[in-house]
Design a binder for this molecule. Structure first.
Ligand code: HEM
Length: 318
């Protein structure tokens, strides 16, 4: 919701969040986290069906971002459920009941991060939140303003990381399990794994709508857009436009096409490298450890458009 110059200042204050060196550094712990989650999934599968969504796709993103921000692991279930509720406000026409739930969750998340910032001020460390506090203290003489900036960064990063990456991990597994043979194809050609992650992002983007408000009268193709009007960019539709993608309904891990799932321009997603790493790490381990995985039932979906959300995704062993 920010424009330059404040947006530029906020973005500069974070630096490059996930550069190559950092990703190499966390790769091992990411692989360990994935292995631990797959142990749990494997255990469940021994006695029948298991929910891939709750055991894997909802866990890895909160472990990655929570671990990076150095938030207590005991808080992860609460943070996940608050973010699930908070994003309801971003739906196209949220009913009042959903807005109320979203408001409550926003308040609790705001209180949560206010407390985290108070604690990090008392005992600063090498974590990102402490480092943002140092950066903002150096740039902003007003302590309240500095805290407000750090607060919105921490809040937004958590929010941006969870639903989105969960959806990516779910879709990736779903697209591969839907068509028998895709799993084996990737096992034989692991170099195609990053392509499978990208194609999942294209095929079913985690965020289907990106909003913009026109700063002046303008035109988009044949449509006139007046100053102050809101435009919804329908990412899912763009990704299935046959003028852009040949056979868009075909899930093709070799497609190698670019996509808009991480947005574009000055707001381009800061967490894209982390989300990709999670996808590649999970898929690599999944193919290796559970080649006999199959879909046990069609997944259940929440009735949401902006943030796509699977609520249950039952898998079993063949
Ligand atoms: C598959 C996972 C993800 C998807 C699909 C995704 C998607 C997006 C999109 C579409 C935007 C641009 C929104 C706009 O233009 O209005 C965005 C921005 C952003 N994302 Fe992500 N995201 C993902 C994961 C993450 C993660 C893991 C993080 C955190 C580390 C993150 C942090 C951010 C931030 C901070 C921005 C705002 C950038 C700005 O406004 O300058 N995202 N993301």
């Amino acid at each position: 919701m920010l424009n330059p110059p404040l947006h530029t200042k906020m973005r500069r204050s974070t630096g490059t969040l996930f550069d190559r060196g950092f990703l190499e550094q966390i790769k091992m712990s990411m692989d360990r986290a994935v292995a631990g989650l797959l142990d749990i999934l494997e255990d469940e599968l021994r006695s029948g069906e298991a929910d891939f969504n709750s055991l894997i796709a909802e866990q890895l993103p909160v472990m990655s971002i929570g671990g990076w921000l150095e938030l207590p692991a005991d808080d992860y279930p609460l943070l996940r459920s608050l973010v699930n509720e908070q994003v309801l406000t971003q739906e196209l026409f949220p009913p009042p009941s959903k807005l109320t739930r979203s408001d409550l969750a926003t308040q609790r998340l705001q209180d949560y991060f206010a407390e985290v910032i108070r604690e990090r001020r008392k005992a600063p460390g090498d974590d990102p939140i402490s480092s943002w506090i140092r950066t903002w203290d150096a740039m902003e003489p007003d302590r309240e303003q500095a805290d407000a900036a750090v607060h919105s960064l921490a809040f937004f990063v958590l929010e941006a990381a969870l639903e989105t990456t969960t959806h990516l991990l779910n879709t990736m597994a779903l697209m591969l399990l839907r068509r028998p043979g895709r799993f084996d194809q990737l096992r034989a050609r692991p170099e195609l794994i990053p392509g499978a992650v990208e194609e999942s992002l294209r095929y079913d983007p985690p965020i289907h709508m990106i909003s913009r408000v026109a700063p002046e009268d303008t035109a988009l193709g044949d449509a006139k857009v007046l100053r102050g009007e809101m435009v919804q960019l329908m990412v899912g539709a763009a990704h299935h436009d046959p003028r852009q993608y040949k056979d868009p309904e075909v899930f093709d891990v070799r497609r190698g096409a670019s996509h808009l799932s991480f947005g574009s321009g000055i707001h381009y997603c800061l967490g894209a490298p982390l989300a990709r790493l999670e996808g590649v790490s999970l898929l690599t381990a999944l193919l290796d450890r559970l080649p006999g995985l199959r879909l046990a039932a069609p997944p259940a979906w929440a009735g949401q458009v902006t943030f796509r959300r699977i609520t249950e995704f039952k898998v079993a062993l063949a």
